[in-house]
Design a protein. Sequence first.
Length: 255
Amino acid sequence: MNLTPLPIRHYGDYYAYLLAAGKPSAPRGVDTVALHNVSVTFAGRRVPRRPKDNPAIGIIEGLQLVAGVFDRPSLEAAAPHARLDLFSEQSAYGPRVASQIPLAINSILTDTFTRQAVLVVDRGDEPPATRPCTTSIQFQVDPSGVDLNVAVSMRSSDAVWGLPYDLIQFNLLLEAVAYCTNFVPGNITFHLGNAHIYTATAVPATAWGSEVLIARPIRAHGPTWGGQVAGAREVIKKKLTGRQLIDQFVDGPTR
């Protein structure tokens, strides 16, 4: 019996574990190695890098999540060579949870140790094929009373082209909510119904050789959720290139 998520220091350790322990599976006829019901905790702010990746994808997704919008032109500016057909308003998280985030923040401000600061992403009545990968997001203050942690539940998670960018966007969300509630951003735990690596896009575990510090709240508008939304929308409106987004939101290598 394991009652706690697997703590991971570096993303490459998680990837190597999944690559070694995953079982062959072919949903929709596409070969993968996969594990079911994986829970894993990552330190906040630290996100993985590998050759030829583009963290600007996760940054612009995170900004749109905070802003509560889906904006294709800013995605195109940030990642012109990405599979933009994979991004749509149906799959975007921002419009789904925009009205819920202020309620979650109020729950934390009202009761530090609330268990009710939850965002429900899946609408429940959608056709299974169109449901987003993320189903819910829960914020909880650590028993120390200092750190704000977040747990993200996902029905499906691709370890190469999905989770690294999800780490970025949920770090941005955590930073913003922590700023508005006066807590220190803590850890991110993922509860993954199906964690997988597509055989066709697998990379060596050693490819995840570095990590960077990323994400910071948008302080220009102050520690209110309205201020965070306004700041994120200002950045989105500028349609920054990937390089510009990385320069603004990436602090540098952690090791």
